[in-house]
Design a protein around this ligand. Structure first.
Ligand code: BGC
Length: 734
């Protein structure tokens, strides 16, 4: 009896001691407590100074990155109380050094969150996002982003400033390369895929990072393709075109959003309460954090929207920008604004909550450090994923006389600056990608054609400049003795990306001249294009028998390009953006609204009105025959659903992948709708001779409604057409 009593007493004592110990640990440090409670607990312990520092993002880089040369002890120059840094160093050492100070030397031990621009890979660089969209394979893109996430997190980066989901319809804008093209639906699908790839189901996992939807919103509408400039966007267009990908990204669970540089019809995106608060938070329920773009808060002064730094901070924070990237404007002004009662501390608290929430959700309080062990970078599986993406992204634009795949060629002349400039194949925003990781075109063609054809190489010319033709003689001599010429032309890697607008999107004159000279030899010319934007090929196209748009394919694009040329690979990419015939047609995109006059009027007097290669273009070595669209019903009610299907027969002797694009057209609507709008796509392999059925499961509300200029969804009775290629069927909504 006594023994039992003693045991019970001991047990009670143990439980009480454990409870006391637990109580001694502040709630915010307890991993088992709900995130919201932890956030609240931490917030109430913080001083105003600590809160303001949480709203600041600095820069921390290693001396190993050519673009961001910083001293070895850079981590000592950043306040350990800072909310976040952009981390450009290659390994976790400097991260861990700063994090150690944050965890051990600050009063509350709040971890720093480390962000970086991992746009199309961290070390394993896969194709640029515009190319990724041309795969029409969101699952593959999800896998690419997943590789990027694991390489990043293992190297000290918790958060990527990606995906960029700005709709872009002006190829003069350099940043067209960073997004998924011109179509809101396509971009929405890839936005969700990217978020899933980066964050997975649990962003706190050691191989996941937080995603960031950028640049919110309308940045792609930059006037005349110039970067950072004004954008004129009506509310209707904002809702129709620019917002849908963000809504999809938020639905997919993106933890962060970046405010854009552009001025949206008078109110800069970084001070825009309507977009940042009314839409993003109130209408869509976004709970994550909004970071400004680089210096964007300060730039409100340049945009004639703020009188000074304090005014800029007040406007950005009140509009809904929580974290201030790099310009220290919040850090320098918020305390004074509170003292002067121009800003309530409640507004700061709300922003701090959002920053802290992301840190808790990333598991940084439990795992603030990155293991300092060699990260698994560039693994064979990762390279394979990058190669698959490159393979599926390449678009065969022209193939006259079926010259490709090459047949019975004895000698091939590989000509052009891109044959050996491996670095340029990666495109812009290469994070920690290195030239030595890239398999170049020369090497890949040697492997592909080894023992089958002789290869000669001549550079021919440089990327630009009009005078130096010294390489032409060698190139023409190589061309003359070859059976086929492969011209590898295009853009230098930094001709696209940020601050890389171009008034001409033709191949530079020297490259066009070389192409003409090669064509003049009378030998067949295959043009391999490496570029990050739609080009104006009107002057070049006639000088090539075949054109393969390789894009900037990353480290592993050369083997697929050689494989498509040899026939080992059947091309399956299709354009996610229109290629204009000439620059004078810009903006040109498939989902325009119908004009007033009949189609024979309003044309250009001097140029075609149609683009050179429309959205969705892309050839295959297989040929496909489409059947008629079959509907499960031709009358539906507003809450209804129906199924549309179409058969596609591969009539060739080659297995091939085909993407079926399903469009709708609403011929009479209270807000005129575009001539057609993509609503669904599916890519699948169809074996030689086989017929496959593709299906679009239509939810009437989801697929046939449209938004008005306030963002309200409207569904009207009447006819809607379902369109696949040149097939069209009518459905009546009752
Ligand atoms: C770009 C962003 C980028 C940020 C951080 C800005 O200049 O517009 O896209 O994420 O810099 O590097």
């Amino acid at each position: 009896m006594n023994r039992r009593l003693i045991t019970t007493a001991l047990l009670i004592l143990c439980v009480l001691t454990l409870q006391a110990k637990k109580d001694a640990v502040p709630l915010y440090k307890r991993a088992d407590a709900p995130v919201e409670k932890r956030v609240q607990d931490l917030l109430k312990r913080m001083t105003l100074e600590e809160k303001i520092l949480q709203l600041s993002q600095g820069l921390l880089g290693g001396n190993d990155n050519a673009n961001n040369i910083m001293p070895d002890d850079a981590s000592m120059t950043v306040s350990p109380m800072i909310g976040s840094v952009i981390y450009t160093s290659t390994g976790p050492q400097q991260r861990n050094a700063l994090q150690k100070r944050a965890m051990e030397e600050t009063r509350l031990g709040i971890p720093v969150v480390f962000g970086y621009d991992v746009i199309h890979g961290y070390r394993t660089i896969y194709p640029v996002p515009l190319a990724c969209a041309c795969t029409w394979n969101p699952e593959l893109v999800r896998r690419c982003c997943s590789v990027a996430a694991s390489e990043s997190r293992a190297s000290g980066v918790d958060w990527t400033f990606s995906p960029m989901i700005d709709i872009a319809r002006d190829p003069r804008w350099g940043r067209v390369v960073e997004g998924y093209g011109e179509d809101p639906y396509t971009t929405s699908v890839f936005a969700a895929a990217a978020v899933k790839g980066y964050q997975g189901d649990n962003p706190a996992a050691p191989d996941k990072v937080a995603a960031c939807l950028k640049h919110f919103v309308g940045y792609g509408a930059s006037e005349a393709g110039r970067d950072y400039v004004y954008t004129e966007i009506s509310d209707q267009t904002l809702w129709d075109t620019y917002l849908p990908p963000y809504e999809a990204g938020v639905k997919a669970g993106a933890m962060t959003v970046m405010s854009a540089f552009n001025n949206i019809s008078g109110i800069p995106a970084t001070a825009n309460r309507y977009t940042l608060t009314d839409i993003l938070r109130r209408m869509w329920g976004f709970k994550g954090l909004v970071v400004s773009d680089w210096d964007a808060v300060f730039q409100l002064i340049h945009q004639n929207h703020a009188s000074d730094k304090a005014d800029a901070a007040l406007k950005a924070l009140s509009a809904g920008v929580d974290l201030d990237m790099t310009d220290n404007v919040y850090q320098d002004t918020l305390e004074q604004l509170v003292k002067e009662k121009r800003l309530s501390e409640d507004v700061i608290d709300e922003a701090v909550r959002r920053v802290l929430r992301v840190k808790f959700e990333l598991g940084l309080f439990e795992n603030p450090f990155t293991p300092d062990t060699p990260a698994a970078l560039l693994t064979p599986e990762s390279v394979k994923t990058a190669e698959s993406a490159a393979e599926e992204s390449m678009v065969l634009l022209k193939n006259e006389g079926g010259i490709l795949p090459l047949k019975n060629v004895g000698e091939i002349a590989l000509i052009g600056p891109l044959v050996t400039d491996d670095f340029n194949l990666m495109g812009p925003w290469t994070a920690h990608g290195q030239s030595s990781d890239v398999k170049g075109l020369l090497e890949a063609f040697k492997e592909e054609f080894g023992g089958k054809a002789e290869l000669t190489y001549a550079r021919g010319c440089e990327y630009s400049g009009t005078t130096d033709r010294s390489g032409f003689t060698e190139a023409i001599a190589a061309a003359q003795k070859a059976d086929v010429i492969i011209a590898c032309l295009g853009e230098y890697n930094n001709w696209t990306g940020e601050n890389a607008s171009r008034a001409s999107i033709q191949l530079p004159p020297i490259q066009r001249e070389l192409l003409e000279a090669l064509d003049a030899t009378g030998k067949p010319v295959v043009l391999l294009l490496v570029n990050g934007r739609p080009l104006d090929l009107s002057q070049a196209i006639e000088h090539a028998d075949a054109v393969l748009e390789m894009w900037q394919p990353g480290i592993a694009g050369s083997r697929p390009a050689a494989g498509i040329v040899s026939g080992r690979i059947n091309p399956s990419g299709k354009l996610a953006i229109t290629f204009p015939f000439t620059i004078g047609q810009i903006p040109i995109y498939y989902n325009r609204r119908s004009p007033a006059r009949d189609p024979n009027q309003g044309y250009y007097q001097d140029y075609p009105v149609e683009p050179l290669f429309p959205f969705g273009s892309g050839l295959s070595y297989s040929s496909f025959d489409y059947g008629n669209i079959v509907l499960s019903a031709d009358r539906v009610d507003k809450d209804g659903a129906l199924e549309a299907s179409v058969t596609v027969k591969n009539t060739s002797e080659r297995d091939g992948m085909e993407t079926v694009h399903w469009y709708i057209q609403d011929p009479v609507c209270s807000v005129s709708r575009p001539v057609k709008e993509l609503k669904h796509f599916e890519k699948a392999m169809i074996k030689a001779g086989e017929t496959r059925t593709f299906t679009f499961d239509i939810n009437v509300k989801r697929d046939f409604s449209f938004v008005d200029r306030h963002g309200s969804k409207i569904l009207e009775k009447g006819d809607v057409y379902i369109i696949v290629k040149d097939r069209k069927e009518k459905v009546t909504i009752e």
